[in-house]
Design a protein around this ligand. Structure first.
Ligand SMILES: NC(=O)c1ccc[n+]([C@@H]2O[C@H](COP(=O)([O-])OP(=O)(O)OC[C@H]3O[C@@H](n4cnc5c(N)ncnc54)[C@H](O)[C@@H]3O)[C@@H](O)[C@H]2O)c1
Length: 268
């Protein structure tokens, strides 16, 4: 594809991975952006920018066809840091996209937008959001924001509720939540190219037997995961989940129990 694609968070783990993997599968006009320049090769196009700053987002989205939005704080943080970087940052990016007539946005959402669902509940794309943290709330906001910009301004979007994207699954929770780098790349590619997409919520998961999510919407859009956590024999709990009974009840794991002042019995 020759159209210009902007990758935010290009110096980070997943944005950086996608910046390289999209080039490998034929994207020839990629522009990376981030707060800092890290692991960017000389031949790659890159622009420094802070999503908190609307002037920066207007500059980085000029002439762009689609945005792969992976620039954000990826874990729980203070309410102010999440508000500024994830909520205002994402809002600025969408608003700049509208001004500059960007056609599509692929949004890195998260399982923490639905983290307060029980592990025994099977979710699909229509399940209610149930954020488990300020971080998860920012992802729920991003999903609503993208639906609004799709309906109101016809900017097509795909929100990928990413489970755990890492080279290999590392603990028992990942048997349900893992997605490989190649499978995430495939989903992003579908989000950029799908002909009749409007606004979509899909789960960023490989083909895991122990998944908590019915990802048939992604399959309808053409997703054919090549990887699965099933072949990994993982019995151990993560360091964090160990001794945390509450974390084991909910899909968001330790994000649910951190600073918890509620009453578990009401979270059904
Ligand atoms: N890693 C996972 O398994 C996972 C799971 C669910 C969702 N996600 C989402 O995927 C995205 C990428 O996660 P990651 O693991 O690569 O995190 P990361 O921290 O490695 O990368 C995020 C990048 O965003 C940049 N960034 C942060 N605030 C910014 C701002 N105000 N302006 C410009 N750039 C800014 C950072 O500098 C960093 O390079 C995030 O949105 C995260 O919430 C990741």
């Amino acid at each position: 594809m020759k159209k210009k694609i902007l990758v935010t968070g290009a110096s980070g783990h997943l944005g950086g991975m996608l910046f390289k993997s999209l080039a490998r599968i034929g994207y020839s006009n990629l522009l990376g952006t981030d707060l800092k320049k890290k692991n960017i090769q000389k031949k790659e196009k890159f622009i420094l920018g802070n999503l908190k700053n609307i002037k920066d987002t207007l500059k980085m989205t000029k002439g762009v066809y689609a945005i792969v939005h992976f620039g954000a704080i990826p874990i729980e943080d203070t309410q102010q840091n999440i508000l500024q970087n994830n909520i205002i940052g994402t809002y600025n990016l969408f608003e700049a996209a509208r001004v500059n007539k960007v056609k599509r946005i692929i949004f890195a959402s998260s399982n923490h937008a639905i983290g307060f669902h029980r592990r025994t509940t099977r979710l699909n794309e229509l399940s209610t959001q149930r954020p488990d943290s300020h971080y998860g709330l920012s992802k729920a906001f991003g999903e609503d924001l993208s639906r609004f910009y799709a309906d109101k301004f016809n900017i097509k979007s795909m929100c990928i509720r990413i489970g755990s994207c890492l080279k290999v699954p590392e603990d028992r929770r990942h048997l349900s939540t893992w997605i490989s780098y190649d499978d995430l790349t495939q989903l992003v590619d579908i989000g950029i190219k799908h002909k009749s997409m409007h606004h979509e919520i899909v789960y960023g998961a490989s083909k895991n037997k122990k998944s908590w999510w019915n990802n048939s919407r992604a399959y309808k859009l053409g997703y054919k995961p090549k990887d699965s956590a099933d072949r990994f024999n993982l019995k151990s709990l993560s360091k964090n989940e160990y001794k945390d009974k509450m974390a084991l009840l909910f899909q968001g794991g330790v994000f649910t129990s951190a600073n918890f002042k509620g009453n578990i019995k009401y979270i059904k």
